[in-house]
Design a protein around this ligand. Sequence first.
Ligand code: NAD
Length: 324
Amino acid sequence: MMNAHSAFGGWAFFLHLARVLCCIGYGNSCRFVMFVPYQYNSIMRHISIIGSGTMGNGIAHTFAQFGFDVSLVDINPDALSKALLTIADNLDRQIKKGTITDSDKLHTLGRIATYSSVADGVKAADFVVEAATENEAVKLGLFAELDRLCPAHTILASNTSSISITKIASATSRPDKVIGMHFMNPVPVMKLVEVIKGYATSVDTITTIIALSKQLDKVPVESNDYPGFVANRILMPMINEAIYALYEGVADAEAIDTVMKLGMAHPMGPLQLADFIGLDVCLSILRVLHSGFGNPKYAPCPLLVNMVAAGKLGRKSGQGFYRY
Ligand SMILES: NC(=O)c1ccc[n+]([C@@H]2O[C@H](COP(=O)([O-])OP(=O)(O)OC[C@H]3O[C@@H](n4cnc5c(N)ncnc54)[C@H](O)[C@@H]3O)[C@@H](O)[C@H]2O)c1
């Protein structure tokens, strides 16, 4: 016999119930839209973040600052210690700016627990954001593991910059609950969250993630699932072209960045931005665009390929187009 859980798909059942109650209570579709995400998210308390690098620590910081319990997971224990130091430094910066208090810092840090085992870090998760290395094989392996280890109701999001959400979802038995939640760097500061709908992502999952993004004081923007989505499809060709300009000797790095800052009012030049993103991450994204569209215009500049091979990954390694 089919039970309520299988008939409505776990959380979808509660969502359905909330809708029914709400319609009875108010009989007004406008209030109904406001009410459902709140109900749905109020039970989403425990967030697990996989990967504690550049993005993972910022995502953990943001969720914890907004009152969620966070499990931060990384297979590299050194990355976890470094992440906690980075989060503490960034909270100090917010205190200096007057946007949070000393007590907010203590509460935020107190909500973050760290784990070097994925199994331990996700067993109580209502929601997972994967922010591990930008590599398709790593993400497919992780999502198969998350699908096995997480409770049935858990929504699984990837912070991938470019890899197909539909493909990532195919590694799980819950493709309707897999979605892209693409935060921008630095996460506590940047307002945008690109929300990427995989082929099988359900409307309930999208509604929940849009509401959750707003709870974090972010602005969610929906995108369909094509290589690079919107942000990196536009940003990466510009960064690659700036690297080509340097490679061909058109100008030096500072001149290229200055032209884009003073001439185009960009807050940061494309080469400095590439250093902040991570040159390995930029290279991976360009490769996804290149193979995904089969168009030579996305081919990564040989200088970028060489710098990554030489371990010059930008700010995180101490050297990229600039020294840190
Ligand atoms: N760097 C950016 O500006 C930026 C912006 C938006 C999105 N992203 C995306 O966010 C993701 C993470 O990027 P990043 O820049 O933070 O990378 P990063 O290299 O700084 O950190 C990745 C972390 O993932 C960990 N990791 C790798 N495999 C793991 C596994 N199986 N389980 C647990 N941890 C694992 C690594 O130890 C490392 O600490 C990528 O998908 C990237 O495309 C990056």
